[in-house]
Design a protein around this ligand. Structure first.
Ligand SMILES: [Fe+2]
Ligand SMILES: [Fe+2]
Length: 169
């Protein structure tokens, strides 16, 4: 199977949020239209807030396990956290690049440069996640790895803020 798309809806404080995940193997030639959740500020912001809140919780769980000296559980928590970044946050970035950004750049050509900058933010997160995976093989849960988990949250926070401000306001 070259492509896997999972869609679901959930109720958030700001209403129904539609979430769509796609696998990395999605055929680049196919550019499906983005769902309504990405196009509306309130639902899009809810996706950002939910994504970051989950990462913060999982990161603090990981730190607590490290403090307790429970390395085996900490490594499982780190696996879970890497997976979370990929399936929740990077998947959101993939979905934006698969349709939403192009629709914006077509409708408002003056935002083309902004879109390029936002894609670079996505790439930074992809690079940091890959670095974490490579570093863990060599250094396990070293300070270098932990710093990168924190840097992901910072880059993601700045990116979400800019995306909401520059594309919607
Ligand atoms: Fe984004
Ligand atoms: Fe976004």
């Amino acid at each position: 199977m070259d492509r896997l798309t999972v869609q679901f809806q959930y109720m958030s404080q700001s209403g129904i949020v539609e979430v769509e995940f796609r696998s990395e193997r999605m055929n680049k030639m196919e550019k499906p239209k983005s769902g309504p959740a990405l196009k509306q500020l309130h639902s899009h912001r809810a996706i950002h807030e939910g994504g970051l809140a989950g990462a913060e919780q999982k990161t603090s769980d990981l730190i607590a396990l490290l403090r307790e000296g429970d390395l085996e559980s900490a490594n499982m928590a780190a696996d879970d956290l890497v997976d979370y970044w990929k399936t929740r946050v990077i998947a959101h970035a993939d979905a934006e690049e698969a349709g939403f950004y192009e629709e914006i750049a077509t409708a408002k050509p003056e935002l083309k440069d902004v879109v390029i900058q936002l894609i670079r933010d996505h790439d930074l997160m992809r690079i940091i996640v890959k670095d974490i995976e490579e570093l863990r093989e060599k250094e396990q849960l070293s300070p270098n790895v932990i710093h990168r988990f924190y840097s992901l949250m910072i880059v993601n926070d700045i990116h979400s803020r800019d995306e909401e401000r520059l594309l919607f306001e």
